[in-house]
Design a protein around this ligand. Structure first.
Ligand SMILES: *Cc1c(COP(=O)(O)O)cnc(C)c1O
Length: 396
């Protein structure tokens, strides 16, 4: 049996997304900056997509929607913009969390080298930061607060609306990386009190290489890419129209079906949680309730996540040990370390991210195979032997 359980890394494009993409290559292939009719047709389609996405996000105006190459670019542009304009006013302090995506963390590390001061909030053991923590971290020289909507490794959802309210009250810009949230849980830029928001189409059955930076009217942006006047002068380069039109269509489709998809996924996810919790010396990472519908993350003591993944792959189960971007490195996940897990435990992690396409039979297969593979790996593990003989204390 084949089970794709890595939807937090990327999703398969839906039939609608594929259809609209191909149609756009056929019918809307012009350059939206051209003045002739082929160009103007493309321009019309582009602006129609922008208006549709603005309305789906609850934005005031299509002028608040900037098309980018995806989540990483949107995160970079949001943070660098706030840093640049903050510094002009003498504000060189940024508040974020220790378990952000690397698109955020590495951007902050670069700014730190350039003289910015970065406060990374600790994450509670349940994978959630609080608005109170943000309130306490804000200073008179804070230029930006950036907190992710939902974590990509463990799936926990943050109290974005309350954090946004704290930032509004303090007069500090607020950005959220909503890549794992949009089209999975309700997101509304106005109700959520955000100034900037990043999203990426390939995390909700759209094409790769396209995303959005929402920037509330009046939020100043700098350019990562200089050139032509596309995207109101803030993001040069001929627009990736097939991908943009496909993203708008799939967003509309996914949001329309979001509640029924969640209703279908939740019982399966809960079956995964209950089934895997029955494995001795295991732990569900992150709050059981405040999480996106499809993502589950476990630690199993005494095994290596990498070996687990390879053996699961042989059984047809495609999963991940953390984020796709850090698999391949042997360091344990910074997200799990941020929750306070010891290195030994964080090494034995497994992320399963299912979608509305996952069947009950596939869940059965996972629940049959994972306990077997964990038992097999423990049997051949010297670490496990040390734990079982009492030479090392159990941590889970
Ligand atoms: C995938 C992901 C990104 C990066 O998005 P890309 O479109 O792949 O650049 C950023 N943040 C989070 C939380 C993600 O899950």
């Amino acid at each position: 049996m084949f089970v794709y359980a890595d939807n937090a890394a990327t999703t398969k494009m839906s039939a609608t997304a594929q259809k609209v993409f191909i149609e756009a290559m056929e019918r809307a292939w012009g350059n939206p900056s051209s003045l002739h009719s082929t160009g103007q047709q493309a321009k019309e389609a582009l602006e129609e997509a922008r208006a549709r996405i603005a309305s789906l996000l609850g934005a005031d105006s299509p002028r608040e929607i900037y098309f980018t190459s995806g989540g990483s670019e949107s995160d970079n542009q949001a943070i660098c913009s706030a840093a640049f304009y903050g510094a002009k006013k003498g504000k060189r302090h940024i508040v974020s969390t220790a378990f952000e995506h690397h698109a955020v963390l590495h951007t902050l590390m670069r700014l730190e080298k350039e003289g910015f001061e970065i406060t990374l909030l600790d994450v509670h053991e349940n994978g959630i930061v609080t608005a109170q923590q943000v309130r306490e971290a804000i200073r008179p020289d804070t230029a930006l607060v950036t907190v992710m909507y939902a974590n990509n490794e463990i799936g926990t959802v943050q109290p974005i609306r309350e954090i946004g309210a704290v930032c509004r009250e303090a007069g500090v810009l607020f950005h959220t990386d909503a890549v794992q949230a949009v089209c999975h849980i309700p997101v509304n830029v106005k109700e959520d009190n955000v100034d900037m928001l990043s999203l990426s189409a390939h995390k909700f059955h759209g094409p790769k290489g396209v995303g959005v930076l929402y920037a509330k009217r009046g939020t100043l942006l700098t350019n990562l890419i200089e050139g032509g006047a596309q995207e109101r002068g803030k993001r040069a380069g001929t627009e990736n129209l097939p991908a943009i039109l496909s993203m708008a269509a799939v967003m509309e489709e996914e949001l329309g079906g979001m509640d029924s998809a969640a209703a279908a996924i939740l019982p399966k996810r809960d079956r995964l949680i209950d089934g895997l919790s029955a494995i001795p010396h295991s732990r569900l990472n992150g709050d059981r309730v405040s999480r996106v519908p499809g993502t589950v993350n476990f630690c199993f003591e005494g095994i290596e996540g990498e070996s687990l993944l390879l053996m699961l792959d042989e059984e047809g189960i495609q999963a991940s040990s953390g984020s796709a971007c850090t698999s391949g490195s042997l360091d344990p996940s910074h997200v799990l370390l941020a929750l306070g897990l010891p290195h030994e435990v964080a090494h034995g992690s497994l992320r399963l991210s299912i979608s509305e396409d996952t069947t009950d039979e596939q869940i059965d297969h996972i629940l049959r195979v994972v306990p077997e593979v964990v038992a097999f790996l423990r049997n051949i593990s010297p670490v496990w032997e040390a734990l079982e003989t009492g030479a090392r204390p159990h941590l889970l």
